[in-house]
Design a binder for this molecule. Structure first.
Ligand SMILES: Nc1ncnc2c1ncn2[C@@H]1O[C@H](COP(=O)(O)OP(=O)(O)O)[C@@H](O)[C@H]1O
Ligand SMILES: [Mg+2]
Length: 253
């Protein structure tokens, strides 16, 4: 009945020397949906993304993309897969204009542009879609955080992904900018792109995600609708317990 998941990970584990950053994590991502991943700092969220996107090989476990085992494929072999990502630390080409940044990305991936005209045409369309068209001649380094984040998404979209991974794309945004970012992510999803996002801003997770995976100390501790995970006693303890600790530390300082 249901379509096979676009991404499925089974028993995913990553050990860095003595540290187990991700431990036996399994979940799937529904094609066409928005899946969220939350958890305290150091929970293993970015490491999970890095494994799925081919940046690190997993120590153990399997990664399937549209049913195909891609566990041992490296990042450069992902070019023919339709997976794109943004980074927690933004990596735009600082001395290029917004337009040239997006044009450069249009030459990568399964739908790599074959000519400058094709790349430019696609970039302009994406800049209009993401609300950056008016700033197309600005150097990317001269833009503020919200536009840099938008540019990261525009660059990822220039590769025509089927799945887009967003790693804390809303960090540092004020409430108005956050609301705009939520709208853009929804619009990208409605254009047919499956989204997996890591996000600290609960408002974003609640309003966007059909399913949320909660990581803590590298382990999946809960999975369900935003409402289900927010009401999960262990998740509440992890979040509220952490707040209580922070408060205590401040009081002791
Ligand atoms: N390349 C690496 N080498 C060693 N340790 C790492 C590396 N990347 C992440 N870690 C460690 O793995 C744990 C999980 O990190 P990360 O996945 O970045 O967490 P999150 O994104 O949930 O904040 C942390 O303890 C972090 O210090
Ligand atoms: Mg992270």
């Amino acid at each position: 009945m249901s379509e096979k998941p676009v991404i499925e990970v089974v028993g995913l584990t990553k050990r860095f020397k003595g540290l187990t950053a991700v431990n036996d994590v399994s979940f799937s991502v529904r094609k066409g949906g928005i899946t969220g991943m939350i958890g305290p700092n150091g929970a293993g969220k970015s490491t999970t993304f890095n494994m799925i996107c081919g940046y690190y090989p997993p120590t153990e476990g399997k990664i399937y993309y549209n049913g195909e085992d891609i566990t041992n494929k490296r990042a450069y072999e992902y070019t023919n897969m339709k997976i794109a990502r943004t980074f927690q630390i933004m990596k735009p080409l600082k001395n290029l204009t917004v337009l040239d940044n997006v044009i450069a990305s249009a030459y990568f991936g399964h739908a790599a542009a074959k000519s400058k005209e094709e790349a430019t045409e696609r970039a302009i369309e994406i800049l209009k879609f993401t609300g950056l068209y008016e700033k197309r001649h600005v150097l990317s380094k001269e833009m503020g955080t919200p536009d840099q984040k938008r540019l990261e998404m525009a660059r990822a979209l220039a590769t025509k992904p089927e799945v887009l991974f967003l790693d804390e794309n809303m960090a540092g945004l004020n409430p108005t900018e956050t609301a705009e970012a939520i709208e853009l992510i929804r619009k990208i999803n409605q254009s047919g792109v499956t989204i997996l996002l890591i996000e600290h801003i609960m408002q974003a997770v609640v309003s966007l995600c059909e399913k949320v995976i909660v990581l803590h100390h590298g382990e999946k501790i809960a999975e369900g609708t935003p409402e289900e995970v927010m009401n999960d006693p262990y998740v509440m303890e992890v979040y509220l317990g952490k707040k209580a600790e922070d408060k205590q530390e401040k009081e002791e300082a």
